[in-house]
Design a protein around this ligand. Structure first.
Ligand SMILES: NC(=O)c1ccc[n+]([C@@H]2O[C@H](COP(=O)([O-])OP(=O)(O)OC[C@H]3O[C@@H](n4cnc5c(N)ncnc54)[C@H](O)[C@@H]3O)[C@@H](O)[C@H]2O)c1
Length: 258
């Protein structure tokens, strides 16, 4: 068991990569505080785990709201006395040409992807500094590395997450806390499915046409399953990655190697 008895806090656990990561960390022996804005989805995740009540707590948290994020971190500290792994996963995608983008969607991207990442780390950092160990893992994206058509605003938030992660790694190194990001490529989750469906609608083409295009972006020619991203997150959480900090793990099927 690779994270046996480790205390892990994870945002965005109701779906996709967050759900797969919760399942993997649970199987690998972790104690988890999982959160999401979507309470029903969070319960679905919880119900997938056998005897979850022994090792998993769930909390409805909107990462846009600092007071809720703070409560989650304080809950984990009160219950367990420390946080070994913080997985900053909650995120949203909105796509469209910049000149037609709604300010509402723009603010949502900034609030969830950037401010949410900042708040989640901000409230946990004082505890990490005190305990002088631990691992923080953020979710960047291929969109942090390359441009994608109609994704300018999403790309800017994920490039922001990447920059934030690298700089935070410097700040936390004196405290023996590693800070890394994961950059998934096209991963088969509700987020990607809704992105593909919107692009298909906007362009007046079949869902399968856009899906195929995304599959061809990576040299492996297929989407990742969320479990394949979870294994990368697990690696960064363990001592197998003990000399990695400020790094970005690209799990993108070769998309950014082209
Ligand atoms: N799926 C992909 O292809 C892909 C590619 C690159 C990066 N990512 C990143 O991976 C992460 C997980 O994405 P996913 O594909 O699993 O998406 P998903 O939509 O399946 O899951 C995202 C989760 O975040 C939650 N969430 C959204 N807004 C929130 C808020 N304000 N507060 C708390 N929780 C909130 C959602 O309810 C959902 O459960 C995101 O940060 C995403 O940007 C995904």
């Amino acid at each position: 068991m690779r994270v046996k008895d480790k205390i892990c806090v994870l945002t965005g656990a109701a779906s996709g990569i967050g759900r797969a990561t919760t399942k993997l960390f649970f199987e690998e022996g972790a104690f988890l505080v999982i959160s999401d804005i979507d309470e029903d989805g969070l319960e679905e995740t919880y119900n997938l785990l056998e005897n979850a009540e022994e090792r998993v707590s769930l909390m409805k948290v909107d990462v846009r709201k600092p007071e809720e994020v703070k409560k989650m971190i304080e809950f984990a500290i009160k219950k367990y006395g420390r946080i070994d792994v913080l997985i900053v996963n909650a995120g949203v995608v909105r796509v469209g040409p910049v000149d037609e983008f709604s300010d509402e969607d723009y603010e949502l991207l900034i609030d969830v992807n950037l401010k949410g990442t900042y708040y989640t780390c901000k409230f946990a950092i004082p505890y990490f500094k005190k305990q002088k160990c631990g691992s923080i893992i953020t979710l960047a994206s291929v969109a942090a590395h390359i441009g994608q058509v109609n994704h300018a605003n999403y790309c800017s938030t994920k490039a922001g997450v990447l920059g934030f992660t690298k700089a935070l790694a410097l700040d936390m190194a004196p405290y023996n806390v590693r800070v890394n990001s994961v950059s998934p490529g096209a991963t088969n989750t509700p987020m990607l499915q809704s992105d593909v469906a919107k692009q298909a609608r906007d362009r007046g083409v079949e869902y399968e046409v856009v899906k195929k295009e995304f599959e061809q972006e990576g040299v492996l020619g297929r989407w990742a399953e969320p479990e394949e991203i979870a294994t990368g997150i697990l690696f960064l959480a363990t001592d197998d990655a003990s000399y990695m900090t400020g790094a970005d793990l690209r799990l993108d099927g070769g998309w950014t190697t082209r």
